[in-house]
Design a protein around this ligand. Structure first.
Ligand code: BMP
Length: 226
């Protein structure tokens, strides 16, 4: 990865509002969209597929946060797989009978698997970060296209990048509403920052996205100089 040093993915989560105009406004300005579970369940696949048809640029990710046996994860994924590029599953479920089957299912359809390696909220230190060495062992075996790692704890991103090398795409939520500054995760080795409320709750989402891109660029320039 690392081909786009300033990746920005917008998280669309709320089921209570229409995202049609926002997607059209941001199409081509950001590097993709992440469809959250409240939106996917609340609005259903007809709505979310129609949303995707408004923007064919960038990577579209179904954030199903799957954590089940392979058989059930494949059933769930089949509901969205035709109109997204990637699906997110939890990392703690392991490879055999779970992530391995899901990866094969997605790859046969030309789609990507993204696995949560750790999370951005404080409680991730209680369990997820402690299990990180085991999860990274599993990721080495599995070879997912991408992993999720917290912008709120850049040292976790650094250790994932060091362990998994340059090929895996690291996607980092936690920017803005959860406290991380734009660009901090990129400086730690992430490829994409995932941003929800800072963009979607702004009265002017396009300007908010462009301002985040500027801030990412400034932060990257300063961390590379340092
Ligand atoms: P916001 O920028 O509004 O805090 O949204 C963050 C987005 O990233 C949400 O869609 C959330 O589900 C997701 N996310 C997260 O916040 N932390 C994680 O560890 C993993 C996530 O997918």
């Amino acid at each position: 990865m690392g081909s786009n040093p300033m990746g920005l993915i917008v998280a669309l989560d709320s089921p209570d509002r229409g995202f049609e105009d926002l997607v059209e406004e941001l199409c081509g300005i950001v590097d993709g969209f992440k469809l959250g579970l409240p939106l996917l369940v609340g609005r259903g696949p007809v709505y979310t597929a129609a949303l995707r048809s408004r923007c064919h640029e960038g990577v579209w990710i179904a954030d199903l946060k799957l954590a089940d046996i392979g058989h059930v994860m494949k059933l769930t994924t089949s509901l969205v797989v035709d109109y997204v590029d990637a699906v997110i599953a939890h990392g703690f479920i392991g490879v055999r009978g779970a992530l391995g089957e899901l990866k094969e299912f997605l790859e046969r359809r030309g789609k990507k698997l993204v696995v949560v390696a750790s999370m951005s909220h404080p409680g991730a230190e209680e369990v997820y970060d402690k299990a990180l060495p085991l999860i990274l062992d599993a990721m080495e075996k599995l070879g997912p296209w991408g992993v999720v790692a917290p912008a709120t704890r850049p040292h976790v991103i650094e250790s994932i990048r060091e362990r998994l090398g340059p090929r895996v795409a690291i996607m980092s939520p936690g920017v803005g509403a959860q406290g991380a500054e734009p660009g901090a995760a990129l400086c730690a080795g992430a490829d994409y920052e995932i941003v929800g409320r800072l963009i979607v709750s702004s009265p002017d989402p396009r300007s908010a996205a462009l301002a985040i891109r500027d801030a990412q660029g400034r932060r990257l320039a300063s961390c590379r100089r340092g």
